[in-house]
Ligand binder design. Sequence first.
Ligand code: UD1
Length: 429
Amino acid sequence: MDKLIVTGGNPLKGEVTISGGKNAVLPAIAATILADNICEINSVPHLSDVDTINEVLTSLGAKVEFKDDVLTIDPRSINTYVAPYEYIQKMRASILILGPLLAKKGRAQVSAPGGCKIGSRPIDLHIKGLRALGAEIEIKDNYIEAKLEGRFKGNKIYLDFPSVGATEHIMMAAAMAEGTTIIENVAEEPEIVDLANFLNHLGANIRGAGTNMIKIEGVERLGKQMVRHAIIPDRIEAGSYMIAAAVCGGNVLLKNVIADHIKPVIAKLQEAGAEVRDEDGNLRVIGPQKLKAADIKTLPYPGFPTDMQSPFMSLMSIAEGECHITETIFENRLMHAQQLKRMGADITIEGNVAKVKGVPKLYGAKVMATDLRAGAGLIIAGLVAEGETEIYGVHHIDRGYENLLEKFRALGANIRREEITQEEYDEVE
Ligand code: UD1
C-alpha cells in the first residue's frame, strides 16, 4: 500500500502526452470476446483497470499479450462462461463481459460488479436491455446467471437514462443478434463512438453512435479476420492535466488530445480565467494570475463530465468568488469536498450541490482519495497548497492514470510515492 506526497508551489511547465482512454479500452477488451480471430488494440494505457479486465479474459481462457501499448487478444481459446468473483468485484466495467459471453457461449455466470464507491450504481438498464434481446437472467445473492437460446434477437429498446455502460453493453450484444436493434436515448460519449468503430471493424453494422439513437443490423459472426484498432485519447486524463496546469499558473502543452471531446472543460477553464488555445492540433493551457469562480453542473455528454467534477472543485477552492457545483449523474459523488476541507477549502454541501467559496490558500494535509477522480482532484489541490499533502487510497488513482508520477514530475511537480502500513492507512480513513 502506498501514499502520494505532493509538495505544492511549483507551477507546471512543459509538455505532456495523453494516453489512450481507459473508458474506451475497457469495453473494447470485453468486445474481443465476440471475435472469431485475434484482435490487436493499440494505444492501450498501462492501468490497473486494464490489468483487471485482462485477468478476467485470461481466466476465461483467452490468450492475452500486452507489450508497450499494444494489446493482443486471441479469444478463440475461451472455454468457460464463469467469470471469477475476485476480478469482477474489483471493477464495475467488468459487467460488460456478460453480453459478449452470452452471444458466444449461450451462458454466463458473472458476479455483481465493484468499482468506485460513488453511489449505488445499479445495473438494471444492462439487465433490462439484454433481456429485451432475449436473454434469460436471474440474479441470485450478488451473482448473475444468464442463458440465451440461440442468438440474441433484435428489438427496440428505450433507455430510461443514457447510461454509458448500458449503451455499450446492449450495442455489443445486438451486434451479433438476429435482426435489427434500435436503442433510443443512448449515451453519446466519444467512448461509445470508439466502441462502435471497433465493432464495425470486426464486421458489425452499427449506425448512429454519437447521437441519441443507435441502429444495429445484427450479423452472425464478428472478427473473421485479425483486426487492429487504436483507442482514442483519454479525455478525462487530458482534462485533469489541463486543470492541474490552470490551478498553479502553469503553462502546459497537451499532446494526443481531441479538443472536441473536452469542449465543456475548455469552456469552464476559460470562464475561470485560464487561456486555452490550439497549437497545431495540440492544446496549450496557461493558468491565470487569479482564478475566477465558475458554476458547473455535470451532465451526460456533451455536458460537463462527472469525472471532471472533483478536479474542478479543487480548482474552484482557490478561485475568487463563490460557485455552485451540481452533480447530477451520481448520487454520492461529492465526498472529496470533506477532504478538501481538511486542506482549508470552504465548501458547504446541500443535497447534490457543493457551494464553494474560494479561499486565498490551501494547506497541505493528510487526505483520502475516496475514488479515482477524487484522487486526481486531491493531487491538483496538493499542487497549489502550501506545504506537503499526503494522499492515501492511491490504488484508486492507479486505476486510471498512466505513469502519473513520471508525467507530473516531467512538468516540474514535486510529487513522490512512499509505501505505508495498514495502520497508517486506517488512521487517515
Ligand atoms: C462510465 C464511466 C465513468 C463515468 C460514467 C458517467 C467507464 C468504464 N466508466 O461509467 O468513468 O463516470 O460513465 O459518465 O466508462 N445507472 C442506472 N442503471 C444502470 C446503469 C447506470 O441507474 O443499469 C445510473 C448510474 O447509477 C449512474 C448513471 O446511471 O447514476 C450513469 O451511469 P453510467 O453512465 O452507466 O456510468 P458507467 O457506465 O458505470
